[in-house]
Design a protein around this ligand. Structure first.
Ligand code: SAH
Length: 368
């Protein structure tokens, strides 16, 4: 649909679903150039030119869930499973600190070996020794655990709602037997507990229509997210969605890097002061330019992988993941070079979102 720039709504957010839909659907190249430029401008005004690097540690690929999109799903027998020891994780945190970055992100499948108490001790240990900001991305956990981790010093939590289309979500993300699964309620709880809260979606999930994608973007604003992570859906052959995709609806969102950029740019319009990563999924579909274009179209964060080389190839949420056969040092060198090539600098310090600072410190911030 070639809706020309002159007929599109102005990019002053937060936008409502109808306006978002027009921007998601247009194929007008002038309009898209305008969207990229506006997202870049809002990024500069909202969060500046510095890029925050977050060291990503994939602490376990074990998972009890059966997500239809994810290669780590419990019933995928083709995965060689690993879980890092506490000492190995601490070693990664030291490396992040020595690189001069301010945040460690611990991510995993839903692995019962990482009990509430164990994660609590891990968070305390990392904090005490490195002083890093700590982001957790460990899936759906109990209120008691989340509160304990916050008390132990965890700063942020990432939990994507994946799609606002409830029926689609239930098809691709079955609950544990006898349990409810309401990620939006969990996100509200995380916020109430005092975490900096991140969420996001996959773009182009089979069965995802444009209207629900517009609603996803509306929700980014309604949830007042501090961090928004998103990337294209990438089919994994050993998953139900990859092996036997369902019949696609007529308004299926394409799972392309271009569509993901569009959602990223619109996420910046929705939340000018949030932290938005140029994700690994973008870098996976466009090895040369995915990260750099993400940073030019709204993103201000990169999450370089620091998982030890002997583990990282096994954290296969989707195939051919970028950086899966590099060391932390080579990933770092690559990303620092990419930043320099576009005139962006590496931020120093923990780098909470401007949105979070405003909420907790009053206008203008005050944190380093
Ligand atoms: N177990 C944690 C961490 C999951 S990995 C959790 O569920 O929150 C982080 C993100 O990777 C997921 O939220 C999902 O959006 C994304 N992801 C998983 N499988 C994917 C796939 N096949 N293609 C693209 N993104 C995927």
């Amino acid at each position: 649909m070639r809706i020309p720039l002159s007929e599109l709504p102005p990019l002053t957010g937060p936008l409502r679903a109808e306006a978002l839909l027009a921007w998601l659907r247009t194929s007008d190249s002038e309009a898209l150039e305008h969207l990229w430029a506006r997202a870049d401008e809002l990024r500069r005004e909202g969060v500046g030119d510095e890029v925050h690097l977050r060291g990503l540690v994939e602490i376990s690929n074990r998972c009890v869930r059966q997500c239809a999109y994810c290669g780590l799903r419990a019933s995928n027998g083709g995965v060689s499973r690993y879980a890092m020891s506490d000492e190995e994780i601490l070693e990664c945190a030291r490396k992040i600190r020595d690189f001069g970055w301010g945040t460690a992100v611990l991510q995993s499948g839903e692995d019962p070996a990482f009990t509430g108490e164990r994660v609590e001790a891990l968070v305390r240990g990392i904090k005490a020794e490195t002083g890093l900001a700590i982001t957790l991305s460990l899936g759906e956990r109990t209120e008691e655990e989340l509160r304990a981790w916050k008390r132990a010093g965890a700063d942020r939590y990432l939990l994507r709602f994946e799609t606002s289309d409830r029926a689609l979500f239930e098809r691709i993300h079955p609950p544990l037997p006898g349990r409810e699964c309401d990620r939006l309620a969990l996100l509200r709880l995380l916020r109430e507990i005092g975490f900096e809260v991140g969420s996001g979606v996959m773009v182009g999930i089979p069965g995802q229509g444009f209207e629900s994608l517009a609603r996803d973007l509306e929700l980014f604003a309604e949830l007042e997210l501090d961090m928004i992570g998103l990337g294209p859906f990438i089919a994994h052959p050993d998953t139900p969605l990859g092996a036997t995709p369902p019949p696609l609806p007529p308004d299926q969102v394409p799972a392309t890097v271009d569509m993901a950029f569009r959602v990223l740019a619109l996420a910046r319009v929705q939340r000018p002061e949030a932290n938005l990563p140029a994700t690994t999924a973008l870098a996976t579909l466009d090895r040369q330019q995915g990260r750099v274009l993400g940073l030019k179209r709204g993103a201000n964060v990169v999450m370089p992988n620091v998982t030890p080389l002997h583990h990282r190839a096994r954290y296969n949420i989707y195939p051919n993941k970028a950086s899966s056969n590099e060391t932390a040092e080579s990933t770092r060198a690559l990303i620092v070079g990419q930043l320099a090539s576009i005139g962006r600098t590496v931020a120093v310090g923990p780098g909470p979102s401007q949105a979070f600072r405003r909420r907790t410190q009053g206008a203008g911030g005050g944190l380093p």
